[in-house]
Design a protein around this ligand. Structure first.
Ligand SMILES: Cc1ncc(COP(=O)(O)O)c(C=O)c1O
Length: 340
């Protein structure tokens, strides 16, 4: 049975985590003279370091126990914490399948952890035969999979993910930042089947709370305990915990509109003959190919329309996020003139 303590860094296992004033006394009644807070104001008190209220609501909505839930300052914090907990600087490695989200590589570099990059195949799917040798590398501690993948927009095949989860002796992290935009099921359902699985989701996309910086990590109680041990005590601010609680009460407001607009945008792009290829998407963005992505990107910027030039990772491709109906119309009109 997989035990994360066997692959965690020794200094992390030995670490005595910081004990905050709120850890030592967690009741809500009383005169609080313990945390050197200012007695005046509305934001004067430190927030709940364990985000218990928020985790209870997430737990109810997802049907996952709070002990299997970690909340990070965006999923970006969870990526960094996982690398810090499991990878020895200057020695260990992580594996990513490219092209993919850039923060896995950045966090690895910040932590002096080597990056193994294996390209996805022509359909942007994992190439298991190329990945196989890495699975035996005991210094490779984490595999980051992104599904739906950024910037390609597709989900990774379930069979390949299962293969990696079964064969790899380290942790497989599935980044589901865009899961709400696909009909594919979340890998959260497989948490009990695979003790080496971590699923990340975020409130930054379908929930419209990118400014609040709240990401979720789902995993075994043992992995979540390690994350809690290492995180800064008050990593999610009080107002941001409250913003997420309110959003959870209301539900995802504009998801249907975004999905409908995605179809409109795909159709409109399809009608522009100079758009050479539109990749299928299960996210809130579309990757498309033109003759010269850098030129098109620059010309869009001149019209104050900002897309993402992905030429460096997928030749002559631009990634466009689904905006409002009006924003998308303006974008399509501009693109038509630029490519005419
Ligand atoms: C695949 C993926 N994961 C994670 C993130 C970052 O999420 P968060 O805002 O929760 O840090 C992004 C942001 O674009 C992303 O594309």
């Amino acid at each position: 049975m997989f035990n994360p303590d066997q692959i965690a860094r020794k200094n992390i296992l030995a670490l005595k985590p910081y004990s905050s004033a709120r850890d030592e006394y967690s009741g809500s009644d009383g005169i609080f003279l313990d945390a050197n807070e200012n007695p005046y104001g509305t934001l004067n008190r430190y927030p709940d370091p364990h985000q218990q209220k928020l985790k209870t609501v997430i737990s109810q909505q997802k049907g996952i126990s709070p002990e299997n839930i970690f909340l990070g300052n965006g999923s970006d914090e969870i990526i960094d914490l996982l690398i810090r907990i499991f990878c020895e600087p200057g020695k260990d490695k992580i594996l990513t399948l490219t092209p993919t989200y850039g923060m896995y590589a950045v966090s690895a570099a910040v932590n002096d952890v080597s990056l193994i990059e294996i390209p996805l195949d022509k359909q942007f799917q994992p190439d298991i035969s190329r990945i196989n040798p890495v699975l035996d590398d005991t210094n490779c501690k984490l595999i980051f999979l992104c599904s739906p993948n950024n910037p390609t927009g597709n989900c990774l095949e379930a069979e390949s993910i299962s293969t990696l989860l079964s064969r790899f002796k380290g942790i497989v992290v599935i980044d589901e930042a865009y899961i709400d935009f696909t009909t594919q099921p979340s890998w959260c359902r497989q948490l009990t089947a695979y003790p080496n699985l971590v699923v990340m989701q975020t409130f930054s996309k379908a929930w419209g709370l990118a400014a609040a910086r709240v990401g979720i990590g789902f995993g075994s109680a043992a992995i979540i305990q390690l994350l809690n041990k290492v995180k800064p005590p008050y990593n999610i601010s009080g107002p941001n915990q409250e913003a997420v609680l309110q959003a959870l009460e209301k539900g995802r407001q504009n998801l249907a509109d975004i999905l409908a607009e995605r179809t409109v945008l795909q159709k409109a792009l399809g009608e522009i003959t100079a758009v050479k290829k539109i990749y299928p998407t299960e996210a809130n963005f579309i990757l498309f190919e033109v003759a010269d992505a850098s030129d098109t990107y620059e010309k869009l910027v001149l019209q104050k329309i900002i897309t993402r030039n992905r030429h460096s990772v997928v030749r002559n491709c631009i990634r466009v996020t689904v905006g409002t109906a009006e924003e998308n119309k303006t974008f399509i009109t501009a693109l038509k003139t630029i490519l005419a």
